[in-house]
Design a protein around this ligand. Structure first.
Ligand SMILES: [Zn+2]
Ligand SMILES: [Zn+2]
Length: 173
């Protein structure tokens, strides 16, 4: 399949790589032409994401399991999952503590991959790729927990006080 004119100008890499801090877990995310570029991306400031990532704001991208090599991560000896809510699993490295993925057993088509584990080659050295990945293009969740002037300055996506699908939540501008 040859890329279209607009796609030829895209920053789309064929794939990007990442892994945990100690290197026990390494992955490749495939971005062939039949996948979304940039991938859907969001941030979350909910208390669970904060505790789990030990960061005030957690950015992640949404990918299909079939884009990941290898998958599932259970093939890595140091990978384990914590069930933070019913059927919601947070996968991390038991050796170094890196927070890698959030996934749901109720919706297996996609999973959230936490951006801090993507290699600096893609986040920093390939500047355009890093910006595409790190700019939330879908949502910013749990803005009611925002720290004024600090975690509310990230631009992009629609901002919600809580989740977009929990009902009754007010969408922020
Ligand atoms: Zn590790
Ligand atoms: Zn969260």
């Amino acid at each position: 399949m040859s890329p279209s004119k607009s796609e030829s100008k895209s920053n789309r890499p064929a794939s990007i790589t990442g892994g945990c801090l100690c290197g026990s877990i390494r992955y490749t995310i495939n971005f062939s032409q039949d996948t979304k570029w940039p991938p859907e991306s969001a941030t979350c400031q909910c208390t669970m994401c904060r505790k789990w990532t030990s960061s005030l704001l957690a950015p992640f991208i949404v990918v299909r399991p079939s884009q990941l090599t290898p998958y599932p991560f259970t093939k890595f000896l140091t990978y384990t999952e914590y069930e933070s809510s019913r059927n919601r699993f947070r996968g991390f490295c038991t050796k170094c503590g890196s927070s890698l993925i959030w996934r749901s057993d109720d919706q297996k088509e996609t999973l959230d991959l936490f951006l801090g584990t993507v290699d600096e080659k893609w986040l920093v050295q390939e500047k355009d790729v890093g910006k595409d990945l790190a700019t939330p293009n879908q949502f910013q969740f749990w803005c009611e927990n925002a720290i004024e002037g600090v975690t509310d300055v990230v631009r992009g996506g629609r901002k919600f006080l809580k989740e977009e699908d929990e009902g009754g939540e007010r969408e922020l501008k």
